[in-house]
Write a protein that binds this ligand. Structure first.
Ligand code: URA
Ligand code: ZN
Length: 361
């Protein structure tokens, strides 16, 4: 059974040039202390001038845009097929007038990268979310004509007001109509105040380990509370990082809904699809959680037939030089083998079979 990586990113060269042309987050820059190496600064709060340049962003090299390095990484880690996606912050920061054309260019570029390695690469497209809904819908329709596209990657901001914004309904309708999966991925994290005054001493740990998964959990819970899946019963969403904390918190979310007097008064506690139903019919989860503890929660919530292996390449490389096998990838492989030590068929499904079926690879 082939191994498929559904969570693996690329910044095509045109996007790297765009980031190099900018002077504020998101951007790519060098620092006077180390003029030969570039740093990618994308997250809100990671560009504090009082921080040493070594903690501002992360080093960026060709592994972020050179597709032959993606293939070399896949070969090194026994990955047969990758479904590549533009990494955060996608096109969220562009002016509305620029976004439509930028999305067309990025999607054409990524589709062409896939075409260089037939059978090995597919992609999630990028949407021009700062543009108007009709431009976004037009790009969703155009994506159906690009051979290697298998859905779209999206952050949590939607059109600027989150994913429970009714103005997104035409976008959800188009995605549902064309059976395109949304790969929902975090970027914005939590307000930096929650990390406290010592945050700069802790590197990226708090925003990446906690801010990212909580952002995803809140975004998807808002979709649920906003009735997105009551209106779009066939809309499929693949949640990054095994659903953030959704599998662990689903029971609490459901209980809070059932015990909310305001929702009851508005008639919103009845005639709605519950979180367990949605987890098992509309949500897919990646297996990028680095431990069998989290993976088992994901399996219990959505089922092993809805879980798909991923790496998050090129993020989280080994910090040591010349280590060919990445610890982060080994941890995700190990989590699958220990979560399914009694069932090769479930392990194989998570490693590749599910992605082939769900994404029609
Ligand atoms: N950091 C990011 O900004 N994005 C990822 O996908 C992973 C780590
Ligand atoms: Zn990612």
């Amino acid at each position: 059974m082939p191994v498929v990586d559904i969570h693996t990113h690329i910044y095509p060269s045109s996007f790297v040039e765009l980031l190099r042309s900018r002077q504020t987050v998101p951007y790519i820059r060098t620092f006077p202390e180390d003029p030969d190496s570039s740093r990618l600064i994308i997250l809100p709060g990671e560009d504090d001038p009082s921080m040493p340049s070594t903690s501002r962003g992360r080093p960026i090299g060709p592994e972020y845009h050179d597709i032959s390095q993606k293939i070399a990484f896949m070969d090194q880690h026994l990955i047969d097929i990758s479904v590549i996606s533009l990494a955060n912050p996608w096109l969220d920061f562009l002016d509305p007038e620029e976004a439509g054309e930028a999305a067309r260019k990025i999607n054409d570029d990524v589709n062409a990268l896939c075409a260089q390695y037939p059978g090995r690469l597919y992609a999630f497209g990028t949407l021009p979310l700062s543009a108007s809904a009709d431009i976004i819908v037009a790009e969703i329709e155009r994506l159906t004509s690009l051979e290697h596209m298998r859905g779209v990657i999206m952050g949590t901001s939607g059109l600027g007001h989150g994913l429970d914004d009714p103005a997104l309904d035409p976008v959800y309708a188009a995605l549902e109509k064309h059976n395109q999966v949304i790969f929902l991925h975090p970027h914005y994290g939590l307000p930096s105040s929650v990390y406290g005054p010592k945050a700069s001493e802790y590197g990226h740990v708090l925003p990446l380990a906690l801010g990212f998964p909580l952002e995803t959990t809140i975004a998807v819970t808002r979709m649920l509370l906003g009735g997105v899946w009551d209106r779009f019963t066939k809309l499929n969403v693949l949640l990054a990082h095994s659903g953030g904390t959704l599998p662990f918190l689903a029971g609490r979310i459901e209980s809070c809904i059932k015990h909310d007097g305001h929702l009851k008064q508005e008639g919103k506690t009845e005639r709605r699809r519950d979180v367990w139903d949605i987890l098992k019919s509309n949500i897919y989860l990646d297996a990028v959680i680095y431990s069998d503890v989290g993976l088992k929660a994901a399996v219990n919530a959505s089922g092993s037939d809805r879980l798909m292996f991923g790496t998050d390449h090129p993020f989280f490389p080994p910090l040591e030089l010349d280590v060919p096998e990445w610890h982060s990838v080994a941890a995700n492989y190990k989590a699958v083998s220990s979560a399914f030590n009694d069932s090769d068929s479930e392990a194989n499904a998570v490693l590749g079979g599910n992605a082939i079926r769900i994404l029609n690879l």
